[in-house]
Design a protein around this ligand. Structure first.
Ligand SMILES: [Zn+2]
Length: 225
C-alpha cells in the first residue's frame, strides 16, 4: 500500500505526541447531536471496525460490544467533552484566613491518549494559594476528572486543569503536576513498561523558586495513615 507524504506527516504528529493548543480541538457542530444520537452512530462505527477486522458479531460474547463501547465513549471516558458535565463552580469565602498553599495530591487520573486512543493512567497534584476564595477539596478531583475524560495530550490536560482553577478561584496562583503512564508507550510501540511522563504548569506565585520547591516537597511527603 502506498502511503502519501500527508499521511506520514499526520502519523508523525501522533508518534511524537505533539499537541496543537491548550483548547481541545472541537468541531463547530460538536454539540448538535444529543448523547443518545451519538451513541447510535458510534455503535455502527464500532461494529464496522470489528467486522473489518474479521470478527463475527453474531457471537454471543461480541454482539453487545458495539453498543457497550459507544455508551462508554459518550457517557464515560469521553464524557468530559460535554460542557454539561463540567463540575459546578461553587466557591466559598476564605473565612478562616488561611493564607498558605493548599495541596491536593495523588488525584487519580484516568485519561485517553488522543493519538492512539489508549489509556493514560497516573496521578495529578494540584495546589493553589487563596486570595480570598476557596473551593471544596473534592472540586479539584472533579475538575481533573472532567478534563481527563477527553481524548487528551498530557500537556494540555495539565494546562486545562490550571486554567479552570485560576478562573474558579480568581487567582493566578495555581499549579498542577501530572505523572502518568501512557499505554501507547508502555504496551505497544517502544513497549517501555517502566517509563512515565511528568508535566507541570506553574501559575503566578508558583513560578517563584521557593514556592515551587514547597509544593514539590509536599508532594514528596509520604502519605500513610
Ligand atoms: Zn499515544
Amino acid at each position: 500500500m502506498k502511503i502519501d507524504k500527508h499521511t506520514q506527516d499526520i502519523d508523525a504528529v501522533g508518534d511524537n505526541h505533539v499537541g496543537t493548543s491548550s483548547e481541545t480541538p472541537l468541531r463547530r457542530d460538536a454539540f448538535k447531536l444529543t448523547s443518545s444520537e451519538k451513541v447510535d452512530l458510534i455503535k455502527d462505527d464500532v461494529r464496522h471496525i470489528l467486522e473489518t477486522l474479521g470478527l463475527d458479531l453474531t457471537d454471543d460474547s461480541l454482539k453487545g460490544t458495539p453498543n457497550r463501547v459507544a455508551k462508554m465513549f459518550v457517557n464515560e471516558i469521553f464524557g468530559g467533552l460535554d460542557p454539561d458535565q463540567k463540575p459546578s463552580a461553587s466557591t466559598f469565602e476564605n473565612k478562616y484566613k488561611y493564607g498558605e498553599m493548599l495541596v491536593e495530591k495523588n488525584i487519580t487520573v484516568y485519561s485517553t491518549c488522543e493519538h492512539h486512543l489508549l489509556p493514560i493512567v497516573g496521578k495529578a497534584h494540584v495546589a493553589y494559594i487563596s486570595n480570598g476564595t476557596v473551593v471544596g477539596l473534592s472540586k479539584m478531583n472533579r475538575i481533573v476528572d472532567y478534563f481527563a475524560k477527553r481524548p487528551q495530550v498530557q500537556e494540555r490536560l495539565t494546562i486545562q486543569v490550571v486554567k479552570e482553577l485560576q478562573k474558579v478561584l480568581n487567582t493566578e496562583d495555581v499549579a498542577c503536576i501530572i505523572d502518568a503512564k501512557h499505554l501507547c508507550v508502555n504496551s505497544r510501540g517502544i513497549r517501555d513498561v517502566d517509563s512515565s511522563t511528568v508535566t507541570s504548569e506553574f501559575g503566578g506565585k508558583f513560578k517563584n523558586k521557593e514556592t515551587k520547591r514547597e509544593f514539590l516537597d509536599y508532594i514528596k511527603m509520604d502519605t500513610s495513615f
